[in-house]
Design a binder for this molecule. Structure first.
Ligand code: GAL
Length: 721
């Protein structure tokens, strides 16, 4: 039987993620170059008042540090690092390579990125860089080397911050330099042109390549580019940015050994980089995973569900603790309507990340800028100054993080894995699919949110990962699946796992070529089904689902257990008049049992939900996208059958997440997202006894979380007093 606690990555339980800080990190981006030096001592004094212990310095400071070619002026950086050190504040020192100075871009126009239409973009904002440019790469590593040599033994240095949000604005560059790099990358992937032609299916539309020189990026062309070419292009672009990171990282390791290196990812908002590949380069000795996260007002998910997804994903990249490098104290400035956070949300948001493995909370940025594009972005020290709601909450959060010292190194418990594969998402969201509504990345996040609403904490995992530790594995959107992943999923189920697969999965191989019949290709045998034809729904149309006639639907509820046959009363989603969205398909069981059928729509009467016993486990399939309500019901029911429980039973609007040390000490984070106080009680075997680390209050079987508040209960093991 599968065990309880799964992890994806390989990080060990280190005492301190950032050893030179030695506790949870607190601070933000600090841009002293935007301020006269007289302001700096005031900054340091206020940082101390707020409990700040780490700041990211010079993230966009290249022009400040190298005002003219090869002329490095470090005196001001020397002074601010000394000042910070004297104030007891550690530094996450940026390599400043995310935005070259104007003089550089002006002198090297070939380093500016070219878009898909062949338009060369210009300087004047940030990240105006072609990631494949040798001129950019050598200028960036020169600056990195200078910084590393000068500051590797500075006592304030705690962490190296490479670049900033790789690919945030320049995911793909279509210039000739990139084209040549793409050909070199393809040359390594495919032995010869015949293999490339085969992989890309170039017999179609007379696209056969007869010379490597003919191969180019998928630039604008009269109609859709070759999907295999686009898929490889996306892999290539991710690798090019990663190569930039590795070059800087390796220099830092060589010159500044023992100081951890990171780069800030955008786990939930950037699907342009294959972050599983990045995670391999960001874990291990002297490296750590860090992440930036911003709430999006138009996202259909609740703000804390957005945070939970970003944090769970980042923790999964790290395989353990990680660092929240940026988020916002209140409003951002880059959405159409930038919503301020109501009182209390600043603290809940930060501790929501901490509950899910972040070893601290950092912000963009320390002091609000007076000029530039981000002058109306919130900061720790807002334009309103210290007589402000934000400052009061910032100082309170500083005290809270100091009070949470004991949680460092503990791990968030997550008994479920949700599968995410970047190449699969890229292929599925390419043009010319059966329905543009069949998004991949948003659907994965939607399933995660359904679990979150059911109170269940999940990891994310690539489909090739070792899934042994998870009781339940979900594959919401796995259109592309390579052979290794197919074997992995079968093995997981055979050994007793429960797998639920969403529609349109298993269809194509790693080159985006349709797999041979029967559909769904790589997963047909495991799921015990045959798909005959897709019937996507017209926009906004839904279909009804009903309990299937026959044994599965007709029997009374049997005993709960992952290997017992499901019954209608065991999975009662159908009682609620479940509906499906976006997609249906005509489907025949080929070994699977049918739990639900469509009552209307293009394939009325056909199976919508099936299960298939394989070895010691069950493989479930949903042939439609269940609406949020029934999806939550189904996931909750599967969790129940597999023994997956919420961290603690809580009233609606309260979130419960547990972190645990390997020696058993555990911490229950209770976040009250409602405007009323919430009472939480002991339940069954969950005793709810311990001390709230934030207030020192004792809980003995019951307790109250203030409206909008947070409790972090250091749990007392049962049987002790
Ligand atoms: C991030 C970026 C920061 C700042 C922030 C604003 O993407 O790393 O430099 O621009 O967004 O929300």
């Amino acid at each position: 039987m599968v065990g309880f606690h799964g992890t994806v990555g390989s990080a060990g339980e280190a005492a301190h993620l950032v050893p030179a800080v030695g506790r949870l990190s607190y601070g933000g981006d600090y841009n002293p170059e935007q301020w006269p030096e007289e302001v700096w001592p005031q900054d340091v004094a206020l940082m101390r008042e707020a409990g700040v212990n780490l700041v990211s310095v010079a993230v966009f400071g290249w022009a400040w540090l190298e005002p003219a070619p090869g002329e490095y002026t470090f005196d001001r950086l020397d002074r601010i690092l000394d000042l910070l050190h004297d104030g007891g504040i550690r530094v996450d020192l940026a390599t400043a390579t995310a935005s070259p100075p104007i003089w550089f871009s002006h002198a090297h126009p070939q380093t500016l990125p070219v878009d898909v239409d062949g338009r060369r973009l210009t300087y004047g904002s940030r990240q105006a860089i072609c990631p494949s440019s040798p001129a950019y790469r050598s200028a960036a590593t020169r600056l990195t080397e200078q910084l590393a040599r000068r500051y590797h033994d500075h006592p304030a240095l705690a962490l190296w911050h490479v670049h900033n949000e790789y690919a945030c604005h320049n995911a793909h560059c279509y210039c000739d330099v990139s084209a040549a790099a793409f050909r070199r990358w393809l040359g390594k992937r495919y032995d010869d042109l015949a293999a490339l032609n085969d992989a890309w299916g170039t017999a179609f539309w007379s696209q056969t390549y007869t010379d490597w020189a003919q191969v180019q990026p998928p630039r604008a062309t009269p109609t859709s580019s070759n999907p295999g070419q686009v898929l490889d292009w996306r892999r290539f672009s991710s690798d090019e940015h990663l190569a930039c990171f590795i070059a800087e990282r390796d220099l830092l390791h060589a010159i500044s050994p023992g100081v951890p290196v990171t780069t800030n990812l955008m786990s939930a908002s950037c699907a342009n980089l294959d972050y599983w590949a990045w995670a391999r380069e960001l874990t291990g000795p002297d490296r750590l995973v860090s992440n930036d996260h911003y709430l999006v007002a138009t996202d259909p998910r609740e703000p804390p569900a957005q945070i939970a997804y970003a944090a769970d994903l980042t923790r999964s990249f790290a395989g353990g603790p990680w660092l929240l490098m940026e988020h916002s104290t209140s409003a951002v400035n880059w959405q159409p309507r930038n919503l301020a956070k109501p009182a209390g949300q600043l603290i809940r948001d930060a501790l929501g990340h901490v509950a899910r493995g972040s070893e601290g909370a950092m912000y963009f940025q320390w002091r609000a800028s007076r000029a530039g594009s981000e002058k109306w972005h919130s900061a720790m020290l807002p334009h309103a100054g210290t007589e402000s709601k934000i400052w009061r909450e910032v100082t309170r959060l500083g005290r809270h993080l100091a009070a949470l010292a004991d949680i460092e190194g503990s791990r968030t418990e997550a008994p479920v894995a949700v599968l995410l594969d970047y190449a699969s998402g890229w292929a599925q969201e390419a043009p010319n699919q059966p329905s543009t509504d069949m998004t991949a990345f948003a659907e994965i996040a939607r399933w995660h949110a359904a679990l979150w609403r059911a109170g269940i904490t999940a990891d994310l995992a690539p489909p090739q990962a070792d899934l042994t530790g998870y009781r339940l594995v979900l594959a919401p959107a796995l259109y592309l699946i390579d052979d290794a992943a197919a074997v992995n999923l079968r093995g997981y189920v055979e050994r007793g796992g429960t797998l639920l697969v969403g529609p349109y999965s298993g269809m194509v191989d790693e080159y985006d070529r349709v797999r041979p019949a029967p559909l769904p290709g790589a997963l047909a045998g495991l799921l015990g089904i045959r798909v005959d034809e897709f019937h996507p729904l017209p926009a906004e149309k839904t279909v009804g689902l009903a309990v299937a006639a026959g044994p599965a639907g007709g029997t009374a509820g049997g005993p709960v257990g992952s290997t017992n046959p499901p019954t209608a009363s065991g999975i009662d989603l159908l009682a609620s008049g479940a509906i499906g969205l976006v997609w249906t398909e005509s489907l025949e069981p080929a070994g699977a049992e049918v739990l639900a059928r469509y009552v209307d729509g293009p394939v009325a009467g056909q199976p919508a939900l099936t299960w298939h016993r394989v070895g010691a486990g069950l493989a479930w399939y949903a042939g439609t996208r269940l609406a949020d309500g029934p999806l939550r019901t189904l996931l909750g029911a599967l969790a129940g059958r597999t023994g997956v429980k919420p961290a603690h039973p809580v009233p609606p609007g309260v979130e419960a997440v547990r972190r645990r040390h390997t020696d058993g000490r555990s911490y229950l984070f209770l976040l009250n997202h409602t405007a009323a106080a919430a009472q939480v009680d002991a339940a069954g075997t969950a005793p709810l006894t311990g001390t709230d680390l934030l207030t020192g209050d004792r809980w003995a079987g019951t307790g109250t979380i203030p409206a909008g508040g947070v409790v972090v209960l250091a749990e007392q093991p049962s049987g002790t007093r």
